[in-house]
Design a protein around this ligand. Structure first.
Ligand code: ADP
Ligand code: NG1
Ligand code: MG
Length: 440
């Protein structure tokens, strides 16, 4: 706390009033299915975004600083807030949360004529699948919720932040914002959507969860792959929906409900009704009975309009099987038995294989890391969006040092860069959700 308070004083010449702390998260299982409407199972980690702030009633200025000089300062008039998603600037994340709350405050006719000074300190490895982005979004929203006295509770903030993060250009789901807001120390959480709710999940106490960073940076807003996956699943769902006379259902979980089928049946139907080869744009339009312009306008995102082919079958097979794995993971944690660790590990391994082969969201370096750890772990998988970033491994508590030593020698030392060992590999246990501390 000292560092951020001192930095704030250095920047603004007075003390901050409050510090807002929002954690990152590690997702244990349930990858790329939150935006399909399916439940996921993350836990909060200790690494967080800290935002020191002071309310400036006589101004409408947001002054944003960062303790890390590479991010740069940012100033803006809060009455004229715009987010340019083509800049990929870090402030976009913070502003997304700010804008979400401002919109809500306007809807409620609240007074929004005051400003704020903010200084950020973050130790969540950025662009590594540990949700540094949503921690920043949530910090922006929590601060403005406090300053403008909007009165949103954590569940409401989580939902609002999930919608708001889309302002940066990614069409993600609500997992990251929900766990950042609603996490509780000691528990992983099953997060369900529509309506948003969380259930405590007690993890087995004779294993530990280790996060290992592949050191491959994956900035999800700056490249299109994330949104390509979102629209591939969307198109596959529309095609199936059309075939079964269900109109234009876009979300896999809604289609499942509409058809009254189990996840296994959804997988079978995907296997039988969709073809292996990528669907061309032309074919999609002809099946859906729409023009290319209509497809681009109502189905694709601004950064995927140029995509010409879509692997719908593979993506949906991942989605339905991953959703089933989450259910089994939760059931296994709730009814611990002798074989539980093996079952959980197997589910994690299967999840990784599905992300790598069907969803194609891994990376060769990340696979290398996963393969190195696999023989020493119950299970290991990529975590977060992928395309680089971190893996999470469930390993016997007594093997922590052995695993770290082995991976250090066989992965990190070979990268020939200087890393602090504790920053690239760490054991983590479920931490608490976002908090505001008063400094008065
Ligand atoms: P992830 O959520 O997996 O960490 P994203 O690609 O979604 O990765 O978001 C990463 C982006 O979040 C970074 O490019 C940067 O703009 C922003 N970010 C993360 N940590 C910080 C920080 N400490 N200060 C400023 N911006 C940050
Ligand atoms: P990360 O890796 O934190 O950017 C993203 C999405 C999640 C989820 C995962 C994949 C956002 C804010 N985050 O996380 O909703 O879809 O990928 O499971 O879009
Ligand atoms: Mg993110």
């Amino acid at each position: 706390m000292h560092h951020i308070t001192n930095k704030f004083i250095e920047e603004f010449n007075h003390r901050p009033d409050f510090i807002c702390k929002v954690p990152g998260r590690v997702n244990l299982i349930g990858e790329h299915i939150d935006y399909c409407g399916y439940s996921v199972l993350p836990m909060a980690i200790e690494q967080s975004i800290h935002a020191a702030f002071r309310h400036i009633p006589e101004s409408s200025l947001l002054s944003l600083r960062n303790t890390a000089s590479e991010y740069g300062n940012f100033e803006l008039d809060l009455t004229k807030i715009v987010i340019d998603k083509t800049t990929f600037h870090w402030s976009n994340y913070f502003l997304s949360g700010v804008l979400g709350v401002i919109n809500m405050a306007k809807e409620r006719n609240l007074n929004i004529n005051s400003g704020v000074e903010v200084c950020i300190l973050g130790d969540i490895p950025p662009s590594a699948g540990l949700s540094s982005s949503s921690a920043l979004v949530c910090a922006g929203a929590m601060i403005m919720n406090h300053i403008y006295e909007v009165g949103l509770v954590k569940t409401e903030l989580a939902g609002l932040c999930a919608t708001s993060e889309k302002f940066v250009g990614t069409e993600g789901g609500g997992m990251d914002q929900a766990i950042a807001m609603m996490a509780e120390r000691g528990y992983a959480k099953l997060i369900e959507f529509n309506p948003l709710r969380t259930t405590d999940v007690l993890l087995p106490d004779c294993a530990v969860f280790m996060v290992l960073n592949s050191m491959i940076i994956a900035n999800k807003a700056a490249f299109e792959s994330f949104n390509v996956r979102v629209v591939e699943g969307r198109i596959g769902t529309l095609v199936l929906s059309q075939k079964y006379g269900k109109g234009s259902i876009r979300k896999p979980s809604d289609l499942q409900k509409g058809l009254g089928k189990s996840l296994d049946e959804m997988r079978r139907l995907t296997k039988e009704d969709l073809h292996e080869e990528p669907y061309s744009k032309k074919e999609v339009c002809s099946i859906l009975g729409i023009t290319e312009e209509e497809l681009e306008e109502s189905v694709l995102t601004s950064n995927t309009k140029h995509i010409q082919s879509f692997k719908c079958k593979q993506r949906l097979l991942h989605v339905f099987s991953e959703a089933a794995r989450v259910e089994e993971f939760k059931k296994t944690c709730d009814n611990p038995q002798q074989a539980s660790l093996a079952t959980l590990g197997k589910l994690m391994n299967e999840s990784h294989a599905s992300c790598r082969d069907l969803y194609e969201c891994s990376h060769p370096e990340l696979d290398k890391l996963v393969n190195l750890v696999a023989p020493m772990a119950y299970g290991v998988r990529l975590t977060g969006a992928g395309w680089g970033g971190c893996a999470v491994a469930m390993i016997p508590a007594e093997k922590v040092e052995e695993v770290q030593e082995y991976v250090w020698k066989n992965y990190y030392q070979k990268l020939e860069k200087n890393f602090a060992r504790s920053q690239v590999m760490f054991v983590t246990s479920p931490g608490p959700g976002a908090t505001l501390f008063s400094l008065e």
